[in-house]
Design a protein. Structure first.
Length: 300
């Protein structure tokens, strides 16, 4: 439960606007949802989201528990890189789905998180603020409270979270470093895929070549935005799809050895700690299967 007193200078302000100013640690959409559900009272009386305040009222927010759709906790091992009262940083293995969905009702990272930290049942999406594809390995941050989740989402929206990936591309990009600025949205025909489309959402990926091999190239990609499949779509758009990425290779040949998943690993993650405000950064070694692939290319 949250209790705040309305300053006199906010007289005439709508309650949703006043709450956003008094409780900046919570998103506007979350506060408006609580208002619509009747979870907010002014001097004990329920009020509408557009109710205007007179100043001096006592506002009480009865924070409802998050509804996680009955997802169950499962004892799935997690590689926890960092953990404190505000957040968790996980090194996700390839093959682990992040969130339950069609075809994956359980056995996901969310189920593992509910077992590792049961309090995450009270946070929407069990604290997950961004995702990695099932077959992408590497770093992912999880919020342990509503306040932390709101702050991390804001950082993602402000593009201040630093996400670096290693990707192995088919072929050899001409430029040693470049930026791909191309909107990403649903493929106009195949709705299970994403594509560069004029009506898509803004998407920006920076890349630089790390190592060139016969028939393929290792690059570091830095995300400025985080659209679904963004790196995979942007690299395919350049004509250099990821090794092992059958979804976006579209039949194009690739001289690299076969690989059972897209060759993509989130190796570095940086952000501002949601509680202390200090700059934090984590880095993990490349996934073992990806490392072995690189070694094969180096000795070919």
């Amino acid at each position: 439960m949250l209790v705040v007193e309305v300053p006199w200078e906010m007289a005439g302000t709508r309650i949703d606007q006043a709450l956003a100013r008094m409780l900046p640690e919570h998103s506007r959409s979350r506060l408006q949802g609580w208002l619509r559900s009747g979870a907010v009272t002014a001097d004990g009386a329920e009020v509408a989201p557009r109710h205007k305040l007179r100043g001096g009222e006592r506002l009480t927010v009865h924070v409802p528990p998050a509804q996680e759709g009955g997802h169950r906790a499962e004892p799935i091992a997690l590689n926890v890189v960092f953990e404190d009262e505000a957040l968790l940083v996980i090194d996700k293995p390839a093959g682990l789905v992040v969130h339950p969905g069609n075809g994956n009702p359980d056995g996901t990272l969310l189920n593992a998180l509910l077992h590792h930290a049961p309090e995450l049942a009270g946070v929407p999406r069990a604290g997950i603020v961004h995702r990695l594809d099932k077959d992408t390995s590497g770093l992912l941050v999880v919020a342990r409270s509503l306040v932390s989740q709101t702050e991390l989402v804001r950082q993602l929206q402000q593009r201040s979270v630093r996400r670096h990936y290693l990707a192995l591309l088919c072929g050899a990009p001409a430029a040693a470093h470049a930026t791909v600025d191309a909107p990403v949205g649903r493929h106009p025909v195949n709705r299970t895929r994403m594509a560069v489309v004029a009506a898509g959402k803004p998407a920006v990926t920076h890349y630089r070549v790390m190592q060139r091999f016969r028939g393929c190239t290792l690059v570091e990609c830095r995300l400025e935005t985080g659209r679904t499949h963004q790196i995979r779509v942007h690299m395919a758009h350049l004509g250099h799809p990821l090794v092992g990425d059958d979804t976006y290779r579209s039949g194009r040949s690739c001289a690299a050895p076969s690989f059972g998943r897209q060759a993509l690993h989130a190796f570095r993650l940086g952000l501002e700690h949601p509680a202390s405000g200090r700059a934090c950064e984590w880095e993990v070694p490349i996934a073992e299967d990806f490392r072995r692939l690189i070694e094969r290319l180096e000795t070919a």
